[in-house]
Write a protein that binds this ligand. Structure first.
Ligand code: ZN
Length: 523
């Protein structure tokens, strides 16, 4: 490996394979290692070693391999890290910046083999950060999309998760609906009668939840781990409409689920009446996600703002969480609009937009190729199982198989087909999301304000964190906006520009004067 051109400094390769990669024959350990070795050989550094992390996602830096790499950087033992793609090392922006700064401080170069070589320029580093942010967003959105698949199952009348007490999960025996739900719930022959007894006893009004939980535990009512159910859990069970057929899962809803019922509606209603009598007017907690919660701070009390509904729930106000009160409340929508207006003030430089677009294109093309490869592989698998199914049927007809053998094989094949179909659904969701993300990034670079306004709650939060660390508010006015590290970096590089000269007070106070309300108590 030694050649005359080497500068005597050392380089390592960093290789990570997540469990998902391994399963889906993504870029394997061997391929990554080979690429790193090849690149190091071509480059100016001596090869030290390859560091591996297996079966872990890049969501955190708390990995054995990364820790080893960080030690090597800090001890100044290496001059470069080669990796197939820098998001192998860190996917969230904070970790990304942390690592990069650590490398800069210690004179270590990070080389992403499959990435265009922008790394060594300041702009390159900034575009890198932007994409790291979107990678992070992507990860969060993937979670959301998986949820969407579950919602869809729920809307079709299938309970999408681990069975509630009294039910159990089994493979769906129905050919027609297998594609939607490979697993369904049916009454558990042991637990269902006990759950029914719980409802009957509670409906008499003579017992409380504690007594019933204990007594029925002795008779065999327990959770999946064989432990006694928690009282709160039993209380929730008594209110759970799944027992009368209703399925509610996130955004998915179905009034008449397809599962078999063992509690009838009149019994359920009786239980509700008893519950209601016992609890009188227990207040319901309203949950609402406040967009700016976490971003608004009070500089006097060093605490965060929260918001709540007032005036018969028609208007909400943000306010400091200090107990003894603190200045004026700020009307929610108005304040959120003032913050949105701030996005009108920025634009990215042309060069920066071009680099982003180029990177997005490369990533998108790669994602699309991945999708096509995975889809084809699933379809091949499906075809193979369908062929097996045919063979199995033929064997039955020619009486080579017994009835039991035929059924066993049929069930196995159906189980696999259900699994494959489920993966296809998820793959489609992922593909759609890749398109969405590319679209969002492009809109974001061209018109930040529009992208922000169009964004979902989650995206808005991401855009906020993209630009802002926090806002300090006092007496109903934003007095200081503290930009995020990324935004500071971009401005320093002149890659993001203010369209209008900035003075903290003028545009903001002008906007906010309409949203200040007098102290809510006096209003
Ligand atoms: Zn305060």
């Amino acid at each position: 490996m030694e050649t005359k051109n080497k500068n005597g400094k050392l380089a390592i390769g960093y290789v990570r394979v997540s469990t998902k990669d391994q399963k889906e024959h993504g870029i394997s350990l061997e391929v990554q290692t080979k690429l790193c070795l090849h690149e190091i050989e071509q480059g100016p550094y001596e090869f030290l070693k390859i560091i591996y992390d297996k079966g872990l996602s890049a969501g955190t830096l708390n990995r054995r391999g990364v820790k080893e790499a960080i030690n090597l950087i800090q001890e100044k033992k290496i001059a470069a890290i080669y990796t197939v793609h820098t998001d192998r090392i860190a996917r969230n922006l904070e970790d990304h910046i942390y690592l990069r700064n650590l490398c800069i401080e210690n004179g270590v170069e990070i080389i992403g083999i499959n990435q265009p070589r922008f790394q060594n320029t300041a702009t390159g580093r900034a575009t890198d950060n932007v994409l790291a942010t979107f990678a992070e967003m992507h990860k969060e959105l993937t979670g959301e999309k998986v949820k969407d698949v579950l919602y869809a199952k729920a809307s079709e009348g299938f309970f999408p998760a681990a069975a509630p007490v009294g039910y159990m999960n089994i493979d769906n025996p129905d050919e027609e609906t297998k594609g939607i739900a490979s697993r369904i719930i049916v009454p558990d022959p042991i637990m269902a009668p006990l759950v029914k007894e719980l409802f009957i006893l509670y409906s008499t009004g003579n017992y409380n939840v504690y007594e019933l939980t204990d007594t029925l535990y002795e008779k065999g009512l327990k959770n999946r781990k064989g432990k006694k159910l928690q009282y709160g859990r039993v209380y929730e069970m008594l209110k759970n409409k799944i027992y009368i057929g209703e399925i509610k899962w996130g955004g998915g809803y179905c009034k008449k689920g397809r599962h078999e019922l063992f509690i009838d509606e009149s019994l359920f209603e009786k239980v509700q009446a008893v519950l209601h009598a016992h609890n009188g007017n227990r207040c319901k907690r309203r949950k609402y996600k406040w967009l700016l919660a976490g971003y608004l701070h009070c500089p006097i009390h060093k605490c965060k703002y929260t918001a709540e509904w007032h005036l018969k729930k028609k208007i909400a106000y943000y306010h400091c969480t200090n107990r003894n009160g603190c200045g004026k409340y700020i009307e929610q929508i108005g304040l959120e609009n003032v913050i949105a207006e701030k996005f009108k003030d920025f634009e990215f430089s042309e060069g920066f937009v071009d680099e982003i677009i180029e990177k997005v294109r490369l990533r998108f093309e790669k994602a699309r190729a991945d999708y096509e490869r995975k889809r084809q592989s699933l379809i091949n698998q499906r075809t193979a199982y369908e062929a097996k199914r045919k063979v199995n049927e033929n064997k039955l007809l020619s009486q080579v198989l017994t009835d039991e053998e035929f059924t066993r094989i049929k069930d196995e094949i159906n189980h696999e087909l259900g699994r494959i179909n489920e993966q296809l659904v998820e793959l489609e969701a992922e593909r759609g999301e890749n398109v969405d993300i590319a679209q969002e990034v492009l809109l974001f670079t061209k018109d930040i304000y529009k992208a922000y306004q169009k964004g979902s709650y989650l995206l808005k939060r991401h855009y906020l964190s993209f630009f802002w660390e926090k806002f300090e508010a006092q007496d109903g006015i934003i007095i200081k906006s503290i930009p995020s590290p990324l935004f500071r970096e971009l401005s320093a590089l002149n890659q993001v520009m203010y369209k209008t000269p900035q003075t903290e007070k003028s545009p903001i106070t002008a906007g906010i004067s309409q949203v200040i309300t007098n102290d809510i108590l006096g209003a």
